[in-house]
Design a protein around this ligand. Structure first.
Ligand SMILES: Cc1cc2nc3c(=O)[nH]c(=O)nc-3n(C[C@H](O)[C@H](O)[C@H](O)COP(=O)(O)OP(=O)(O)OC[C@H]3O[C@@H](n4cnc5c(N)ncnc54)[C@H](O)[C@@H]3O)c2cc1C
Length: 650
């Protein structure tokens, strides 16, 4: 057997838990698992869409053409209207999927904000690709601050329609995905002007290109915004309107209507949160799985990669170095927490949708707060994790052939899109402070995942930390509770000095609010992790508990300042936590290969040559560099120049 294949096989033999039990937890149910496995196989066997080692040598235009071929082939195999079908695919394709925005952002908005008639009019056309529609909210001048968008939709009572207009450069729609050249429609967010009055920002379903020729319609200016970090095949676009007339029915009218020349509002406007939940939920569900891909590559490579000789004259695998374990094992542990949280969030969102459909909005705000916290926390964690995986693979991690740089830039935009993370955190902090305010008088109104607010006194008084290593969940709750109390008090104190709430919020407590929301996300992930451990098969409870403990201990150590400053833990206790972390490394390291292989990615899905199932990183990377690297085939012009024309000036 090849020596590095043997090293992986030896590592596999040391795994002591049944890997398939974890695979079952990761893939939720048979249907999702089967779909995912089938998709991996189809993609690996289909030359047009399988990983192409030379992909990153191609121009952006070539990559875009490939992505459109991919779209055609995907339609032959998968039902893109069904999230179970396409959601798992996002993590295993090279480059982004061309219609993800249309399906994951625009269709949900149409479903939640449009009337049934409007959904029935446009919805089925998405399935046949007669309509591909960008979600056009952000403008050059405003993104997070939706209420200050400048595009106007002025109601014209004479013709009973709207005039859509872009009054300035800052009002040009900028960034929407699939707008550059793919979409023939856009869901445009514009300020409704009715009888000269601003009635707020609302969505309008607008045709921007001809259905047959795909040419831009008169009064519309649209195109691609240019190259960016990764995301090369996504045609993020710009869009401007010049007094462009659109019919009355363009305005999504479930909650606002113009009928017989009268404007009216209906139902709960907070429903707009519901449409955003779909895409945020997908970010939370899918992208930790891309971190899992990077971890699979990094851990396999770390087992096969040898540097420096030990006392016995044998070269060490780099995974044996404690610093290498420190780069990878806490992230591997957290990855499990993130994936479980992604599944739990899907269930919460599902439950919320069923309620909303019955006009029960009781879980809307708490779901929005949880989603915002976890979207922000997990998206940043995914990007950081892919970067640490890259670092852990040394020089070869820097090569696109490792599969890791693309994992980094395919996930990086999630920190900004679908709600900029810090803005999300601030909304979470606002919700937590609101719960704190009403908890004492109305404890029954406090949602389950916020019930720590009802236990504040107990939490602060439970000082028995004699065996701190068994109190990890409690420490996360304590840290969160202290942050909440402190920030609440800080706001009150500052307002007592005469400052307005707005001043205090924007200028004096921002970093504390952020920290509060992050501690909430960490505690939520812990709660979900615990739920999974309680329900897991006994054969994997032990390994899951070790992962959860490592997640907790690393999180506590990373943010220990709150607990130290408030005198809740001593230096000795901190030392004990550090020792626990090392003990957990010893326990988890031999299981690491099983833990990443439970994700069950095939080599094609990993897009790697240094983290393949059979090892052999050196053979494959040399093979790809020499045989798959098109740059080696075109240097005649360079040779000519070097040979004749470039003469150094002496
Ligand atoms: C790859 C990509 C794809 C995208 N796709 C789409 C799409 O399909 N459709 C669409 O409509 N848009 C899309 N966007 C735009 C995206 O939604 C916005 O960029 C995002 O919402 C952030 O808004 P912004 O750019 O205005 O950032 P800003 O809000 O201007 O942020 C700039 C900085 O200001 C800070 N900041 C802003 N407000 C506050 C505050 N109140 N308190 C404290 N700090 C604050 C932020 O934290 C950040 O650090 C996409 C963006 C990217 C990068």
């Amino acid at each position: 057997m090849h020596p590095t294949t043997q090293m992986l096989e030896n590592a596999r033999e040391r795994v002591t838990f049944p890997i398939e039990e974890l695979t079952k937890l990761i893939y939720v149910n048979e249907e999702i698992y089967e779909t995912f496995m089938k998709a991996q196989k189809i993609i690996a066997n289909e030359p047009t869409i399988r990983n192409h080692p030379d992909y990153h040598n191609w121009s952006r235009k070539q990559q875009i053409i490939k992505s459109y071929e991919k779209l055609r082939i995907m339609h032959q195999h998968f039902n893109l209207a069904n999230a179970v079908h396409w959601a798992p695919l996002l993590s295993i394709f090279q480059g982004t999927t061309p219609t993800a925005v249309s399906f994951a952002m625009t269709v949900p908005a149409l479903r939640f904000l449009g009337t049934d008639e409007q959904f029935n009019l446009w919805g089925p056309k998405f399935l046949t690709m007669e309509i591909v529609a960008a979600y056009a909210q952000t403008e050059i001048g405003h993104g997070s601050d939706v209420q200050n968008l400048e595009t106007t939709a002025t109601y014209d009572p004479q013709s009973n329609d709207f005039i859509l207009h872009t009054p300035s450069v800052s009002a040009v729609k900028f960034w929407p995905g699939e707008l550059g050249f793919l979409s023939n429609y856009a869901l445009v967010y514009a300020k409704l002007i009715f009888n000269g009055k601003n009635k707020g920002v609302h969505p309008f379903m607008v045709q921007i290109r001809d259905n047959f020729t795909h040419k831009t319609l008169k009064g519309v200016t649209v195109g691609d915004i240019g190259p960016k970090l990764g995301y090369s095949t996504k045609d993020n676009g710009f869009l401007a309107f010049d007094n462009y007339r659109i019919p009355l029915n363009s305005m999504l009218a479930r909650y606002v209507r113009i009928e017989n020349g009268q404007f009216s509002r209906h139902g709960n406007e907070k429903i707009s949160y519901a449409s955003m939940m779909v895409s945020r939920q997908l970010i939370i569900f899918i992208y930790p799985r891309m971190a899992a891909q990077a971890l699979t590559v990094a851990i396999r490579y770390s087992i096969t990669r040898q540097q420096f000789t030990n006392d016995k004259g044998v070269e060490n695998s780099v995974i044996e170095y404690q610093t290498q374990q420190d780069k990878l094992l806490p992230r591997l542990a957290t990855c499990y927490g993130m994936i479980f949280t992604g599944i739990r969030i899907m269930q919460l969102v599902d439950d919320n949708f069923h309620r909303v459909q019955k006009k029960d909005f009781s879980t809307l705000q708490q779901s929005h707060a949880i989603l915002s916290a976890i979207k922000a926390y997990s998206s940043q964690w995914v990007v950081d994790t892919t970067e640490w995986c890259r670092l852990s693979c040394g020089g070869h991690g820097y090569a696109h052939y490792s599969g890791i740089p693309a994992a980094y830039f395919d996930t990086a935009p999630n920190v900004t899109l679908e709600g900029e993370n810090q803005v999300m955190y601030l909304q979470v902090a606002r919700y937590l402070l609101k719960v704190l305010q009403y908890a004492e008088k109305n404890p029954e109104k406090v949602p389950f995942y916020f019930s720590f607010v009802l236990q504040i006194k107990d939490t602060l008084n439970n000082k028995d930390l004699s065996n701190i290593n068994t109190q990890l969940g409690y420490l996360l709750k304590l840290s969160l509770t202290i942050q909440l109390i402190q920030v609440g008090k800080r706001i009150k104190d500052l307002m007592n000095t005469g400052k307005t709430f707005q001043q205090v919020w924007n200028e004096h407590v921002g970093i504390h609010l952020l920290s509060l929301a992050q501690r909430y996300a960490e505690y939520f992930i812990y709660l979900v992790f615990q739920e999974y451990i309680s329900n897991a098969n006994s054969s994997v409870k032990d390994i899951l508990q070790s992962l959860c403990d490592l997640y907790c201990v690393q999180t506590i150590l990373d943010n220990s300042s709150t607990l130290i400053e408030s005198g809740q833990i001593t230096q000795e206790q901190l030392k004990s936590l550090n020792e626990l972390k090392i003990e957990l490394f010893t326990k988890i390291k031999p299981q690491a290969i099983g833990l990443v292989e439970a994700f069950n990615f095939n080599d094609n899905a990993l897009r790697t040559c240094i983290g393949c199932h059979d090892g052999k990183p050196y053979e494959y990377i040399y093979d790809w560099a020499t045989k798959e690297n098109s740059v080696n085939k075109v240097p005649q012009a360079v040779i000519d120049l070097m040979g004749t024309k470039i003469k150094p000036k002496l």
